[in-house]
Design a protein around this ligand. Structure first.
Ligand code: APR
Length: 240
């Protein structure tokens, strides 16, 4: 349900940093996933072609982690902002565009969420295109529940592949009044380019443990852990 004329339209882009305090690893921090796994082996179509068992084990491990983590105060604050719009306590509209493949935004209660890099809890059949929800392990020989062919892969966008839902994302970016990045290093495109696209018509804010790579791209930065800074920002929005 969207309001006829929301007072303000906010797009929030989240990255691995928003889930860090829930216990999920980021990619490029010192102890991040890419310090122990080669992107070319586990996050490219060529890597999957070369060794589907290695890639299946990588994503099976990350999928299994979801059962042991919870949304944190940052996820919950964004869900509260969306709920305030539904309750009429905030005359705005919020869309979360996430680069994350975890389900913590949804488990915190957010509904307007777009996973541009796919989702851990979903597979994709390379024969029939089915995208079944999947919570367990998956092996290369696991049959597709729809067509029975052993041609399932993680429903994840790998390097060299086209991110999902880009039309919807571009439309939201064109119409937004505020654009907020939370917990992303701003190093992977197209997501890293969104802020440059909206700067001429939206107020831009970066929330991160560190200052952004290109501070001039942002009107404002909030430096600190997401679990402290995101609730603070949401309180500002609801108070304004
Ligand atoms: N609070 C806020 N920010 C944090 C926190 C925290 N508690 N912990 C880490 N960060 C920040 C880091 O400072 C860093 O800028 O989160 C960011 C994580 O950056 P990356 O590990 O590069 O993750 P992300 O930006 O999501 O990566 C983008 O790259 O490998 C691909 O597909 C993968 O979606 C991913 C994309």
């Amino acid at each position: 349900m969207t309001q006829a004329h929301p007072a303000e339209r906010i797009v929030v882009l989240t990255g691995a940093g928003i889930s860090r305090e829930s216990g999920l690893e980021t990619f490029r921090d010192a102890d991040g996933l890419w310090s122990r796994h080669d992107i070319n082996d586990v996050c490219t179509p060529e890597g999957f072609q070369r060794d589907p068992m290695l890639v299946s084990r990588f994503y099976n491990g990350r999928r299994a982690e979801l059962a042991h983590v919870e949304p944190n105060a940052a996820h919950r604050a964004l869900a509260e902002l969306e709920q305030a719009a539904r309750d009429g306590r905030w005359h705005g509209e919020l869309l979360i565009v996430t680069q994350n493949i975890d389900d913590l935004h949804e488990r915190a209660g957010s509904r307007n969420v777009v996973h541009m890099h796919g989702e851990l809890r979903r597979l994709r059949c390379m024969s029939c295109g089915a995208t079944p929800e999947w919570l367990d392990d998956c092996q290369p020989q696991t049959p597709c529940p729809a067509c029975r062919h052993p041609t399932l892969r993680p429903d994840i966008v790998w390097f060299g592949e086209i991110p999902l839902h880009m039309e919807r994302i571009q439309a939201a970016l064109s119409a937004c009044d505020r654009f907020v990045t939370i917990g992303t290093s701003g190093t992977v495109y197209p997501a890293a380019g969104f802020v440059a696209e909206v700067r001429d018509h939206a107020d831009t804010l970066d929330i991160n443990l560190e200052a952004p790579a290109i501070p001039a791209l942002f009107d404002r930065t909030l430096v600190g852990p997401a679990t402290r800074m995101v609730p603070q920002w949401v309180a500002e929005i609801l108070g304004s």
